[in-house]
Design a protein around this ligand. Structure first.
Ligand SMILES: [Zn+2]
Length: 153
């Protein structure tokens, strides 16, 4: 009969949720017990971990970030041609990544420098033509011509 079928199903469902409740309760206790045991077993390790010099870590993290940033920058340069598009200056120390339509500095300010290079790299890889390489001189000249500076006035 249909009625009895529905009834059995409902019953088994409530049994199941009852079971889950008990399951969760016992396992929560087990988990807490496990956590306490872990903390007891790792007292020394935890103390050591806290003792690690924060400043040392910070220097390491900053250095890692710099390496990632430099790699992104290098790759952008390789993709864009490694020389100034105006005067062909090729000394990488003088080269800068220029946002063709301006707004580069606003873009740089809105994110940290790591994300800045990563975002540009992603855009270029996806076929963006918004960026070019300019040497510092040509870049400043361009900024001035665009009215972004007050030099030469
Ligand atoms: Zn140039």
């Amino acid at each position: 009969m249909d009625g009895s079928h529905v009834c059995t199903e409902g019953e088994s469902m409530s049994k199941q949720s009852e079971y889950m409740k008990i399951y969760n309760q016992t396992h929560r206790e087990q988990y807490r017990e496990y956590q306490k045991k872990w903390e007891r077993d790792h007292i020394e390790w935890r103390r050591e971990y806290r003792r690690i010099d924060y400043k040392k870590n910070r220097t390491k993290i900053l250095l890692q970030r710099k390496l990632i940033r430099d790699n992104h920058r290098k790759e952008i340069f390789n993709l864009l041609g490694r020389k100034c598009v105006k005067c062909e200056e090729s000394d990488v120390r003088c080269l800068q990544i220029d946002h063709i339509n301006g707004g580069g500095r606003k873009e740089a300010k809105s994110v940290n420098s790591q994300a800045f290079y990563r975002n540009i790299l992603t855009k270029i890889r996806n076929g963006s033509k918004d960026y070019q390489i300019l040497c510092a001189n040509c870049n400043w000249r361009k900024r001035d011509e665009n009215g972004e500076t007050l030099y030469g006035r």
